[in-house]
Design a protein around this ligand. Structure first.
Ligand code: URA
Length: 236
């Protein structure tokens, strides 16, 4: 078998998932991401981790970037933080099968370091396309890097759980599940924020009924979000 035949036959778990529960456009996006050479993370990744879950979907969670487990398996949130995310979703009668899960960067930063501004900027067009294809009613940002995409110049301690309308959807910032695993007192905070998701979905459905198209959507942000304030660094 030639290399190109082998490439054509191989589909990562994320691409297989997109074929099952997404659209041809989502499959195409994931295939493009799989070959992405746009930043240095392409040299150190095992594979890309574009996302999981249905498209379209009412709820989309956006994390930071893949860790070691995700890099190995090609799917987002499959390690300890992912198990906690599953628990949080289960607590509100949801599951990862009904939620689209993505990250700000699609390749693992080596040693789980923070993604760098140029890496976030290189990946941003993928995230924008993914959001457009998933077209969620509600975006849940997990941690400071995805929060910085929509909420500049503030801290997660100040605004977690408080939704903001962006175009015809809601975006709500939440602590990263990994932060709650490190700091036990955040577990009840993040669980209380997740408990509001069903009510936020209802609110977002009403917004969508009144504004079916995303005419008021924010302009595409051409630059990477500024680094989150240092107060947030310890909070992920
Ligand atoms: N943390 C993230 O932000 N994303 C993952 O996919 C896994 C852990």
């Amino acid at each position: 078998m030639s290399d190109s035949t082998a490439d054509a036959a191989y589909a990562s778990p994320a691409i297989e998932g997109a074929r099952r529960t997404g659209t041809p456009e989502l499959v195409e996006l994931y295939e493009e991401i799989a070959d992405c050479p746009a930043c240095g993370l392409a040299r150190t990744r095992t594979q890309t981790v574009p996302g999981s879950g249905p498209a379209p979907a009412e709820v989309m969670c956006v994390g930071e970037g893949p860790g070691a487990r995700e890099d190995e398996q090609g799917l987002p949130f499959v390690g300890a933080a992912g198990r906690f995310l599953d628990e949080l979703l289960g607590g509100i009668g949801m599951s990862r099968e009904t939620v689209h899960i993505a990250n700000v960067v699609k390749c693992r930063p080596p040693g789980n370091r923070d993604p760098q501004p140029e890496e976030i900027a290189a990946c941003q067009p993928f995230l924008e396309r993914q959001i457009a294809l998933v077209d969620p009613l509600l975006i849940v940002t997990l941690g400071r890097f995805s929060m910085a995409r929509w909420f500049a110049g503030t801290t997660i301690s100040r605004i977690h759980g408080q939704p903001k309308r962006v175009g015809n959807r809601l975006v709500v910032p939440m602590f990263h599940p990994a932060a709650a695993l490190r700091r036990g007192e955040l577990r009840t905070v993040i669980a209380a924020d997740f408990a509001r998701i069903p009510e936020l979905i209802e609110e977002a459905r009403a917004i969508r009924t009144e504004a079916p198209s995303d005419a008021a959507a924010e302009p595409f942000a051409a630059t990477a979000p500024a680094a989150p304030p240092s107060e947030q660094r310890a909070l992920l």
